[in-house]
Design a binder for this molecule. Structure first.
Ligand code: AMP
Length: 397
C-alpha cells in the first residue's frame, strides 16, 4: 500500500470551514480522572494550531477507553478539554454528547479560529460498527474531515473511515509524519536492515515476520515468542510460553529465512522463573538448560550481548515487542538493554508503538530513537504492508 499520495491538511483551503479533526486522545487516566501521560494530546497540537491559525472552525473528536456505546462519565473527554484549553490558551468547549443537540449547538456557536470538542465517540454504538447513519450525522457537523489519529487508522470505524465518504478529507501532520518516515525506511533502508520482534505470541506476529523476511537482512526474535522457535528446533522449554500449534509455522519461518538469505538470530540464554509471578525465584541458564517446571521470562546476558552486537552494526533497526516480562523489574533487563543498544547504535531506528514504545520511554531512551510510532497495531499493519482503512478512506492529492 502506498499512502504517500494522500491529501494533507496543507493541500486544502480550511479558512472559514468547519473542520472535523479526528485525534487520538485515548490517554491513560488515574482513579480521579487525571491524565497520567499527555503525549498523545501533545502530538495533536501541531495540526490543531495550524487549523486555528488558518481560520478554521475546529471540531475535535476522539475515543477514550471502551465505554461500549453508552454515556459513562468515567470516560468523558472533559480532562482532555481542560488540558487542551491550557495548552492552546483558548477555551475548548466540550459538548455533552457526540452528535446530539449539545454538539449541534456548540458547533453552531463556533467562530473562525475557535475550537470545540465532541464527547467520547464511543458513547455512540454506531462508532465502532462504522454505522453509515452515525457517520452521516458526524459528517453533517462539518465541511471538511481531517484525520490525525494514526493509532486508530487500522480500524474501520465511523470516525476513522465511514465519515470520509461524506466529506472532502485529508490527513494531519502526525499521520503525514508517521507514513513518511515508515515508508522511507521500508522503501530505501540503510543496510544492514535489522528487525527485532518480541512480545508474547508467535500467532500475533506471523504476518509481520513473513513480510519482513522480504525486506530485512537480519531478523532477531526474542521475548515470549522465541520459546516456540526454540521448541521447534528441539529444545525443551519447560513451562515457558510455547504455542505447540505454531511449531510448524516456526519451522517454515526458519526455512524461509534461510532461503531468502535472512540471518535469523535467536536467544542463547534466558532468565527463568519458578512461577509466573513478579517476585518468583529466578536464575539465568543457557537455552538448553531450562528446567522442566520453570519458565523463560527474559533474555539472558549473553543474548543481550549477541543481539547488541548485531544492532551496533545495523544501518536501520525496527523493533516491536519486549524481550521479556518487562513490567516486572527482575525480568526487564533484556528489554532495557535492547532499548539502550538501539538508542546508542546510531542506526535509523523505528519503534512500532505499544509495549516497546512504552519501554523505551519508561527507561529513558525515547529521545535517541529516530521515530517512535504513536500506534502499536497501526504501525504493525503499516510495516507489514497491510491495508489501513483510516488511510485508504482519505482523498488522494
Ligand atoms: P505483545 O503484545 O505480543 O507485544 O506482547 C507483550 C507482552 O508480552 C508483555 O506484556 C510482556 O510481559 C509479555 N512477554 C514478553 N516476554 C514474555 C515471556 N517470556 N513470557 C511471558 N510473557 C512475556
Amino acid at each position: 500500500m502506498n499512502y504517500l499520495n494522500k491529501r494533507t491538511v496543507e493541500d486544502i483551503d480550511v479558512a472559514g470551514k468547519r473542520v472535523l479533526l479526528r485525534c487520538d486522545f485515548n490517554v491513560p487516566l488515574d482513579d480521579e480522572c487525571n491524565i497520567t501521560d499527555t503525549k498523545r494530546i501533545d502530538e495533536a497540537i501541531k495540526t490543531i494550531n495550524y487549523l486555528l491559525k488558518n481560520n478554521a472552525k475546529v471540531i475535535l473528536c476522539s475515543h477514550l477507553g471502551r465505554p461500549k456505546g453508552e454515556f459513562n462519565l468515567k470516560y468523558s473527554l472533559k480532562p482532555v478539554a481542560v488540558y487542551l484549553s491550557k495548552v492552546l490558551g483558548k477555551n475548548v468547549v466540550l459538548a455533552s454528547d457526540v452528535v446530539g443537540e449539545s454538539a449541534k449547538k456548540v458547533v453552531e456557536n463556533l467562530r473562525e479560529g475557535e475550537v470545540c470538542m465532541l464527547e467520547n465517540l464511543r458513547f455512540e454504538k454506531g462508532e465502532t460498527q462504522n454505522d453509515p447513519e452515525f457517520s452521516k450525522k458526524l459528517a453533517s457537523l462539518a465541511d471538511i474531515y481531517v484525520n490525525d489519529a494514526f493509532g486508530t487508522c487500522h480500524r474501520a470505524h465511523s470516525s476513522t473511515a465511514g465519515v470520509a465518504e461524506y466529506l472532502p478529507s485529508a490527513c494531519g501532520f502526525l499521520i503525514k509524519k508517521e507514513i513518511t518516515i515508515m515508508s522511507q525506511v521500508l522503501e530505501n533502508p540503510k543496510r544492514p536492515f535489522v528487525a527485532i520482534i518480541g512480545g508474547a505470541k508467535v500467532s500475533d506476529k506471523i504476518e509481520i515476520i513473513n513480510s519482513l523476511l522480504n525486506k530485512v537482512d537480519v531478523l532477531i526474535i526474542g521475548g515470549g515468542m522465541s520459546y516456540t522457535f526454540m521448541n521447534a528446533l528441539g529444545y525443551s522449554v519447560g513451562n515457558s510460553l510455547c504455542e505447540k500449534d505454531k511449531l510448524e509455522i516456526a519451522k517454515e519461518i526458519m526455512t524461509r529465512a534461510k532461503e531468502k538469505g535472512v540471518k535469523l538470530v535467536l536467544p542463547v540464554d534466558t532468565v527463568i522463573g519458578k512461577e509466573f509471578s513478579e517476585n518468583t525465584e529466578y536464575c539465568t541458564v543457557d537455552m538448553d538448560r531450562i528446567s522442566e517446571n520453570w519458565m523463560g521470562l527474559d533474555i539472558g546476558n549473553r543474548t543481550v550481548q549477541l543481539f547488541s552486537d548485531v544492532i551496533n552494526k545495523a544501518g536501520t533497526v525496527i523493533w516491536n515487542g519486549p524481550m521479556g516480562v518487562f513490567e516486572w523489574s527482575n525480568f526487564s533487563k533484556g528489554t532495557v538493554e535492547i532499548a539502550r543498544a538501539i538508542a546508542e547504535s546510531g542506526a535509523v531506528s523505528i519503534i512500532g508503538g505499544g509495549d516497546s514504545a512504552a519501554a523505551a520511554e519508561k527507561f529513558g531512551f525515547a529521545d535517541k530513537i529516530t521515530h517512535i510510532s504513536t500506534g502499536g497495531g497501526a504501525s504493525l499493519e503499516f510495516l507489514k504492508g497491510g491495508e489501513l482503512p483510516g488511510l485508504s478512506a482519505l482523498d488522494d492529492k
